[in-house]
Design a protein around this ligand. Structure first.
Ligand code: HEC
Ligand code: HEC
Ligand code: HEC
Ligand code: HEC
Length: 330
């Protein structure tokens, strides 16, 4: 009698474990498929199928598991068109879904001091954004919201700097450093590109290397932990962090790498096959048009309103030579 009872329990436990596993697998698969849908819509939005993409993203807003990222992508479409007033509420709703309940109540000074910390990085930007918004600083608030969501989107990964990537990808690095992407920071120095600056109504003798209006697009990870910072004189650590993120670095296009390099180290050490989905799951980006449009958009002072970046025309020599991957499967 006792034995039968026990085996019954065992069976129930087994069944429970199995069904949990099955549910998890289905949920995982479903989440993966949802992300594929978001990615596809985000690509469509930038390749002429705007209405279709927006409809697809709006339908994903209703599902809890995709509401945050769908809201982010919808907001980004407007943000990258310079329509901050439309981006703002979408970003804000997405963040309030990610961080339901009341906010901590910390003041602006306390939050600003925490900006370069990894822990809670997206929530801190959300809270600081809310404070900025309440003080009428709309543009600043929208940027903070966007950064908070981009941190969620890259699974909290931070910037590690170009030297780390170089240590394993020397070939890509040596061709990248000859491209214009490697020197976008130089352009901001006084006297550089004087003629072009004059044409753009910039002061050719002014030093723009500390101007927050320029750094977002002429450096990598500005405003995100580990990314570019304006270093105070004598702060050696910040100076190193700045130097590692000058220009459009690897992470400027592939996304922050702190989490993916752990996997890449393992691939290298064990010479093992991998799929891109492994890297995607920790926020790594397969470089495509979405890697470019955060900078190549009408907010670039050199562009007219309504400007649209055409990937196919620009995906040429200005990234780096492409080298066949050895371990990547599918
Ligand atoms: C929204 C992103 C963005 C911002 C903000 C931005 N830039 Fe740029 N900038 C770009 C891009 C993209 C290019 C390359 C444009 C191209 O060739 O299509 C560029 C090119 C330039 C050039 C070279 C122009 C040429 O014709 O050679 C200069 C100079 C420049 N930027 C200065 C600045 C300064 C100064 C600021 C701040 C006041 C600034 N940029 C802010 C994105 C930006
Ligand atoms: C301006 C954007 C940009 C920058 C900056 C950039 N990449 Fe890429 N990278 C791309 C694109 C685009 C691809 C090709 C994606 C595809 O398959 O269509 C790519 C592909 C790759 C690949 C896959 C193999 C290959 O060579 O195609 C590796 C590895 C890579 N990049 C590493 C790096 C490293 C390391 C750096 C920095 C030294 C870097 N990338 C900087 C855009 C960029
Ligand atoms: C972090 C911002 C940023 C990102 C991301 C970025 N770019 Fe750029 N890009 C710039 C800036 C700034 C310049 C201007 C450099 C200069 O004039 O020296 C530029 C210049 C270029 C140029 C040269 C234009 C010219 O007139 O000579 C090409 C081509 C280009 N980018 C393509 C791309 C592509 C393709 C991607 C995405 C795979 C990309 N960029 C991603 C900021 C960016
Ligand atoms: C410890 C070594 C190591 C470091 C550090 C490293 N990678 Fe990699 N990475 C690899 C290996 C190994 C692969 C797989 C290469 C292959 O299949 O040939 C890879 C693959 C990639 C790919 C291709 C992804 C794909 O499947 O499309 C990109 C892009 C890339 N790395 C970019 C970067 C960037 C950006 C950095 C810096 C943030 C970086 N890597 C740092 C070892 C490294």
């Amino acid at each position: 009698m006792r034995r039968r009872f026990n085996s019954h329990i065992r069976c129930t436990v087994c069944l429970c474990v199995f069904s949990l596993l099955a549910i998890t697998l289905v949920a995982f698969g479903a989440a993966g498929a949802m992300y594929d849908k978001i990615d596809q819509a985000a690509l469509d939005a930038r390749s002429g199928k705007l209405e279709q993409a927006q409809a697809a993203l709006k339908s994903l807003l209703a599902d809890k598991s995709t509401a945050v990222m769908a809201g982010y992508e919808l907001g980004l479409i407007h943000y990258e068109d310079g329509e901050l007033d439309k981006a703002m509420p979408l970003f804000k709703t997405a963040l309030s879904t990610a961080f339901p309940g009341s906010v901590s109540g910390r003041d602006e000074q306390a939050l600003t001091a925490l900006l370069n910390q990894e822990e809670d990085a997206s929530r801190i930007r959300y809270e600081l954004g809310l404070l900025c918004q309440s003080k009428g600083k709309q543009a600043e608030a929208t940027k903070l919201f966007r950064d908070g969501l981009s941190i969620i989107s890259s699974q909290g990964a931070t910037y590690v700097g170009v030297k780390k990537c170089k240590s394993c990808h020397f070939k890509q690095w040596s061709s990248w450093r000859k491209t214009k992407m490697a020197t976008t920071f130089e352009v901001l120095k006084p006297g550089v590109r004087a003629e072009e600056k004059t044409k753009l109504k910039f002061d050719p003798n002014k030093d723009y290397t500390k101007d927050p209006e320029c750094l977002g697009c002429h450096t990598s990870g500005y405003g995100i932990p580990g990314g570019y910072v304006v270093a105070a004189e004598g702060d050696a650590e910040a100076q190193k962090q700045a130097a590692d993120n000058e220009g459009v670095t690897c992470e400027g296009c592939h996304g922050p790498g702190s989490k993916s390099i752990v996997i890449q180290e393992d691939i290298k050490e064990n010479k093992r096959p991998y799929t891109f989905a492994e890297l995607r799951a920790v926020g790594f980006q397969h470089a495509d048009v979405r890697s470019c449009t955060p900078c190549h958009n009408p907010s670039d002072p050199g562009k007219e309103p309504g400007y649209h970046f055409i990937y196919e025309d620009n995906r040429t020599e200005d990234q780096h030579e492409n080298i066949e991957l050895k371990y990547r499967k599918e």
